[in-house]
Write a protein that binds this ligand. Structure first.
Ligand SMILES: [Zn+2]
Length: 250
């Protein structure tokens, strides 16, 4: 592929020093996947590009790219910051983890499809002050499919029952109804309402999940359950998750 100038719409989510005065910035784009950009001279005082590539800046960027490897950031148009995130360590930690998690589910330049909308949804909600922990759990349940784990949440994996009391089994890859609680030894022994939360946040479209409210106790239990599901099915060891755990937010 030839090198070309291209306008991409996206969110900057990670940056690190590169060479003398340059930065490498990762951008999650709407149509072109996740791209690592060289930002020339970004570490020089008064660099315009530096301000436009602060973490969680969103906008339209003009890049020079050949569709693989490193691309170059040339300029930008209409970039805005999510101020609520930039100022707040906790929100920042949650958002960083979410983007890290999405980043690891894809190879560079692979289009993200609906997962880009999921990232945008999460960022807006966290920026607006919606419960970051809950938003993160929603993203995690929805992101399992991007990692090739397709948990069966809609109905019992054994008999297909859709309504009733359920538990979750990592080994069976989904929910099981209480008709089989006695025979499935691999179930997680979640409370019915905890499994109900996992099903709801995994199944309902994001537009309907923005205001979900659950008790702290249930939220702790579903956090543990999601950590167990990820630990058992996906080989990940993210610094952003470790940091979040160390904050001991609840
Ligand atoms: Zn069943």
């Amino acid at each position: 592929m030839v090198r070309e100038l291209k306008e991409v719409q996206g969110i900057i989510f990670k940056r690190q020093k590169y060479k003398e005065a340059d930065l490498l910035a990762k951008i999650m784009t709407k149509n072109d996947g996740i791209i690592t950009l060289i930002v020339k001279g970004a570490l020089r005082p008064k660099s315009r590009l530096s301000a436009a590539t602060i973490n969680f800046s969103a906008g339209t960027y003009v890049i020079y790219t050949n569709g693989h490897g490193l691309s170059n950031l040339r300029t930008y148009k209409e970039v805005k910051q999510f101020d609520g995130l930039y100022q707040d360590l906790t929100k920042n930690a949650y958002a960083s983890f979410i983007f890290d998690l999405i980043d690891h589910a894809f190879v560079e330049y692979q289009p993200l499809g609906r997962y880009y909308d999921l990232a945008m949804f999460a960022l807006k909600k966290i920026n607006d002050g919606v419960d970051s922990e809950m938003i993160t759990q929603i993203v995690q349940m929805k992101l399992l499919s991007a990692y090739g784990v397709e948990p069966q949440l809609a109905h019992c994996v054994i008999c297909g029952k859709e309504k009733g009391i359920f538990d979750y089994s990592i080994k069976m890859g989904g929910v099981i109804c209480n008709d089989h609680f006695g025979v499935i030894t691999s179930r997680m022994h979640l409370k019915p309402k905890e499994t109900a939360v996992l099903r709801t946040i995994g199944l309902l479209p994001i537009e309907r999940l923005g205001t979900i409210k659950i008790s702290e106790e249930t939220k702790k239990a579903t956090r543990k359950a999601i950590d167990r599901i990820y630990g058992a099915t996906i080989d990940l060891n993210l610094k952003t998750k470790k940091f979040l755990d160390e904050l001991k937010l609840f």
